[in-house]
Design a binder for this molecule. Sequence first.
Ligand code: CP
Length: 343
Amino acid sequence: MNSLYGKDLITTQDWSVEELEKTLDLSFEFKANRYDHPLNNCLDRRTFFMFFYNPSVRTRQSFEAAATELGGHAQFLEPKSMRLKSAKTAGETVQDAAEVMSRYAVGIGIRILETALETYGQGDELLREYAQYATIPIVSMAHDRFHPCQGLADVMGYRMHAGKNLKGKKLVQVWAKGALVRSWSSVQESILLNSRLGMDVTLAHPKGYELDPEVIKWCEENAQRSDSTFEIVHDLEEAYKDADIVYSRNWMTSNFYDYVAKDNVDGAKSKEIQLASKYDDWICNKEWMSMTNNALFTHCGPVDRNAEVTDEVCDGPRSIVYDVAENRLHVQKAIMALTMGKQ
Ligand code: CP
């Protein structure tokens, strides 16, 4: 039995570098041999539950396609399709739901972020509670802290276009203005994983957009261990200068859930959009890209065009956004094959 069988994936930080490399190797194999890989039947007649508290284009469709391509089925679930206990309503406990779901399926994916939560960290706690009681793997499909499938798909894209050895290459994870008020999951996963795998990571944002201090501490430790660098800057010129990969993305301030508590979700979103609109320069455009080392442009999607990035860059020759979106499929096939596939 492979060492990943039965393992949860809540963040890549919980897996060893060897386990991540094994997953990436298999992802490349699935990409090269999409319909004829020897593991293509490893979910034969098996079900993967996809539990979505928030909407999705890529995650739902790529998981569903991935399960089909592995010979299994991905079943879509949302909170209203179940009767779960919450702080405000009576219902079934996570323990009971997790135990029962484990009798039907081989794995459970969960997405919970942004407006489905009342405080930062609640989504991570929920996934870890499912992981405590389920006897099958729990996979994050993006929650408030992390997005491991996205992080691995990003790395696969970088390796496709910049080579396997990314040591010494500069990744700029840069905040961008926008109206989507996004959780920190994709960004935190990206800086964690790439500092771990040896890229020089620069996190750039205006003051007030600080991320989770524990994640920042892990990034610093990752960079030290992998003999790379991790820095935080608040200046765009410093950020873009000599970058090899630019990942421009909006994220919410750390006050978002305080605004929700004070003024409901719509009020909190309006406040965030108003705050973000002050930062007109924080858009990835041709001028900023001209300061880079002919950098690749990436984004996890959905892209807020002409806010986070101009059409010219997003549709330009150095953009890898669609390859990265495709990689979600290959990476998730690899994760499912290794953690829950027939042994
Ligand atoms: N990147 C990502 O998770 O996209 P979706 O929200 O469309 O699933």
